[in-house]
Write a protein that binds this ligand. Structure first.
Ligand code: CAA
Length: 241
């Protein structure tokens, strides 16, 4: 039986590439999404991957959504916590709403999702959890106190959960993408991208979503069974942690 993988934010951007990569690697994939029905339907039509709409910032919604996935496809073996948002702005101009929404969607979501799959993984003695953090959780970034705090939190969360579950056959790892060519990065003011970001990427280019998807495929595979609590940096050399 094919293993079942859930990808949050799995219909657009890096998440879309991850969903497709896992499907190509033989997993049965459920792609969660939060709001963009049009993009999700287009994704479903072009890939044949099942889509499930719920808000990863809500514990109750994650519980209900995962129950539906498990009823449809079977127990979740692999979880990719990828869903994330940006609400960039200097702290001295940041609203409480823009702080809270990023922490809820990007950090609380890891608890909401993991808490609802971890008991099953422990009982079955197998699991792969891969949390998508960010270069900006490692190095900080002007305009991203909210995002960097959440993404740094993901790394600590990953290391703790890895220790709790290593002896149960469950690995928990983080990936820190650098600047990847997605809508999220295209939302950065062009002048800032050209003058303050691109010149500092030694590879001389943005990353491709598929380059992150290939890291996920490796960590999700049986070959990666001895790797847990680690952080893979995929950033073209922009930051070496
Ligand atoms: N490094 C150094 N200086 C920067 C900078 C940076 N990354 N970003 C902006 N600045 C500078 C600007 O050039 C400007 O300088 P001058 O006054 O000398 O011209 C000054 O900071 C203020 O910038 P703004 O006029 O743009 O001020 P603002 O308040 O309107 O916006 C900002 C500030 C929110 C930081 C905005 O510039 C911005 O959005 N920057 C990009 C932030 C960023 O990199 N976000 C990453 C999004 S992608 C992502 O998050 C995915 C991932 O995981 C990597």
């Amino acid at each position: 039986m094919a293993r079942v993988a859930v990808v949050t934010g799995g219909t657009r951007g890096i998440g879309e590439a991850i969903s497709v990569g896992l499907k190509e690697a033989g997993f049965t994939v459920a792609a969660n999404y939060g709001g963009n029905d049009e993009a999700a339907n287009k994704f479903k039509e072009s890939t044949g991957i099942s889509v499930y709409k719920w808000d990863v910032g809500s514990f109750a919604a994650c519980k209900e959504g995962l129950e539906k996935v498990e009823a449809d496809l079977g127990p979740v073996d692999v979880l990719i916590n990828n869903a994330g948002i940006t609400r960039d702005g200097m702290l001295h101009k940041m609203s409480e709403e823009n702080w809270r929404s990023v922490i809820t969607t990007n950090l609380d979501s890891a608890f909401n999702m993991c808490r609802n799959v971890i008991e099953g993984m422990r009982a079955r003695g197998f699991g792969r959890i891969i949390n998508i953090s960010s270069i900006n959780g490692q190095k900080g970034q002007m305009g991203q106190t909210n995002y960097s705090a959440a993404k740094a939190g993901i790394v600590g969360f990953t290391k703790s959960l890895a220790q709790e579950n290593a002896f149960k056959g469950i690995t928990v790892n983080a990936i820190c993408p650098g600047y990847i060519a997605t809508e999220m990065v295209k939302a950065v003011p062009e002048e800032v991208l050209k003058s303050k970001i691109l010149p500092f990427i030694p590879a001389g280019r943005l990353g491709e979503p598929e380059e992150i998807a290939r890291c996920v495929n490796f960590l999700a595979s049986d070959d990666a069974g001895f790797i847990t609590g680690s952080t893979i940096s995929a950033n073209g050399g922009q930051y070496m942690a």
